[in-house]
Design a protein around this ligand. Structure first.
Ligand code: C5P
Length: 238
């Protein structure tokens, strides 16, 4: 597969065209950002770790019957994915209070929620990705009611599968963010990445943070935490 021209560069990844119209090349960068890009660093090895973890998780989801844009991991930094039009909605699923939920509702971090909840955020850097309701989505005209229902249901399905995977390796899946896109037939497909950049992952016994909060809160070496996740998932950390 030929790597074509650069299509898009985000904070953590670059997207390139390929010689197939419906397939893209994704390159995972070593950049770490937090607080809407206010905090930045280059962390050697981070791109490889996220590429490997995301590839493993998308494969596990596929085996559980949940399709995504993921086609295959090509190299340490690269994946092939199906081309989709990203829906500008970040779908956050939570089982334990942390981060912005704990802050917004005055909940203590670590309190288990009575049931998993789904939140929608408008993916817009200039606005700082605000929390939005279904009615906001309607007036913004960024997704149909049917699509919103699909985002909600798929979010909960991914939560069920992933929280079980992580439980088996002694990790609590606290919360995570998903992105979805429309394929060339208009189907809603899980896209982007699922990695410690986009999930909160705590060691079940020690409650050690094994995710991007290590970087956000200066809790240690980010790659050490991500390596623990990759090795527990059965991936190669060298
Ligand atoms: O910050 P907040 O508590 O709302 O984040 C919820 C979850 O979504 C966390 O796992 C966080 O890493 C993820 N997230 C993300 N990208 C964003 C916002 C949140 O991956 N832009």
């Amino acid at each position: 597969m030929e790597k074509g021209q650069l299509l898009y560069e985000g904070k953590a990844k670059r997207l390139y065209t390929t010689d197939k119209e419906d397939i893209l090349f994704v390159e995972y960068k070593d950049s770490a950002t937090a607080f809407n890009g206010e905090k930045k660093a280059e962390i050697a090895g981070k791109g490889t770790l996220n590429n490997r973890i995301t590839s493993l998780l998308f494969e596990k989801l596929k085996a559980a019957g949940i399709d995504s844009h993921f086609v295959e991991q090509l190299s340490d930094h690269e994946q092939l994915v199906k081309k989709v039009d990203i829906i500008p909605i970040e779908v956050v699923v939570r089982q334990v209070a942390a981060g912005s939920l704990a802050k917004r509702l005055g909940l203590e971090e670590g309190v288990e929620l009575a049931r998993p909840i789904v939140e929608f955020y408008f993916k817009d850097d200039e606005l700082g990705d605000p929390l939005i309701t279904e009615e906001h989505i309607e007036i913004l005209n960024i997704a149909s009611q049917e699509e919103v229902l699909a985002l909600y249901e798929k979010g909960l399905q991914v939560n069920e599968v992933l929280s079980q995977f992580f439980k088996e390796i002694g990790v609590i899946l606290v919360d995570f963010k998903l992105e979805f896109g429309r394929d060339n037939k208009g189907n809603v497909l899980l896209a982007d990445e699922i990695s410690p950049d986009t999930c909160r992952l705590w060691d079940e016994k020690t409650k050690q943070k094994l995710d991007k909060d290590v970087f956000r809160r200066d809790l240690g070496q980010l790659t050490d935490a991500y390596e623990i996740i990759l090795s527990r998932l059965g991936g190669i950390t060298q």
